[in-house]
Design a protein around this ligand. Structure first.
Ligand code: NI
Length: 393
């Protein structure tokens, strides 16, 4: 079956590169993937899948029926949205939309999803159960997966597979990870409330700016002394607002940040831990405070058995020297984890780096580019893993 899948994918490759370039030059922002989803729906229906549009706002579901009696549904998820970045690659299929760019490779993910659907539709008689393709919107704002789940996309799903491009792995290779792949990402807002006064008479006021600086310093120091160093926590304050004039002591400061963690247990304790520190600093200097901790997406925890399927499928297809088991997770976030609250799953990293270039620009960079030969690698890896899913479990 592997050689059949490789043959089908090779035959489709020129068309898939055209599809990728079309999507690349017509990027759409999170939640506005109207043209992209209409295009995806068109390709899926012409491959004979049962298609549902408008799932989770601008998402698309495509269902492929196998010929067997296995009641399980395997989901394959790809994301479709682009970023508010002005493209500077100079490619002749560059973005035609001012200030919007597929700089995270979601154009490649969508293409790999479509290619996998086309390949699997050709071998549907050899699939014992159903494959459901989830084309989700709004991954970049970490909301699309929840919209899809709320719309029933994960109903009766037994397992879910995903893919993300990775420029630091060369095209033709893939990366895998057992367990944690990405971090939980939560939003933090801290408001410090002091009392205004004249800049010349600080003792008559409660200086919210100075107290905010103490809060930030204490939080950063306390992480290194109170959090288990083997269980990473990153807290970054990215925004500070407060104050009215150089000679007026500020009565209010708002700090906003992001909190990343890998271990579910660590994450559960973070809101209280942060509040205790803010509270003790503010109390010492007579300020009031508010802490708003908003949970975002959980950490992606790859299922062992499904990751094994990826590994054995990829090693058969490409040889073990082109399959890297990644030593470290990333503290980036990925809303694929939202699906994992409903079924076990695994996501692999698709190498898209150019072997002959010194610089492969990172994701979210205006000059980010992918070696398009990776599309073939992605489609074969995904389609063959899907095929193996039925026999492996
Ligand atoms: Ni992405």
């Amino acid at each position: 079956m592997l050689s059949r899948i490789q043959e089908l994918a090779a035959k489709l490759s020129p068309r898939l590169i055209e599809i990728r370039r079309h999507i690349h030059s017509h990027p759409e922002l999170s939640g506005q993937e109207h043209q992209t989803s209409a295009f995806v729906a068109g390709v899926l229906s012409s491959s004979g899948l049962h298609v549902q549009e408008g799932v989770g706002q601008t998402g698309v579901l495509g269902e492929l029926k196998g010929s067997g009696e296995d009641g399980r549904i395997l989901a394959i998820r790809t994301d479709m949205d682009a970023l508010p970045i002005h493209e500077r690659t100079g490619l002749d299929f560059s973005s035609r939309c001012q200030g919007i760019m597929h700089a995270c490779g979601h154009d490649v993910h969508t293409t790999v999803g479509l290619g996998t659907a086309m390949v699997l539709s050709e071998i549907a008689q050899d699939l014992p159960g159903k494959v459901r393709f989830l084309f989700q919107p709004a991954e970049e704002i970490a909301q699309g997966a929840s919209w899809m789940v709320d719309a029933g996309a994960m109903k009766d799903v037994s397992a879910v597979l995903g893919v993300h491009v990775f420029p630091s792995i060369p095209a033709g290779s893939i990366g895998l990870r057992y367990g944690a792949l990405t971090a939980a990402a939560d939003d933090l807002e801290i408001i410090i409330i002091g009392e205004s006064g004249h800049g010349a008479r600080p003792h008559e006021a409660i200086d919210a700016i100075w107290i905010a600086s103490q809060v930030i310093t204490t939080l950063q120091q306390a992480i290194s002394r109170t959090q288990n160093p083997l269980r990473p926590v990153v807290l970054s304050i990215g925004q500070i607002n407060g104050g009215r004039a150089p000679n007026i002591i500020a009565d209010q400061v708002r700090l906003c940040g992001t909190v990343r963690s890998l271990h579910p247990e660590t994450r559960t304790n973070l809101p209280n831990w942060i509040e205790q520190i803010v509270s003790s600093v503010c109390q010492s200097y007579g300020a009031k405070y508010q802490v708003n901790y908003r949970p975002g997406v959980p950490s992606v925890q790859n299922d062992y058995g499904l990751t094994q399927i990826f590994q054995s499928a990829a090693e058969e297809a490409w040889g073990s020297d082109r399959v890297q088991v990644l030593p470290e997770p990333s503290l980036g976030a990925e809303d694929f984890s939202v699906y994992l609250e409903h079924a076990p799953g695994s996501m692999f990293r698709l190498g898209v780096g150019f072997k002959d270039r010194n610089i492969n620009y990172p994701l979210h960079h205006p000059q980010f580019e992918v070696d398009e030969s990776a599309i073939f690698t992605g489609v074969v890896t995904m389609a063959y893993s899907a095929y193996k899913f039925w026999s492996a479990s």
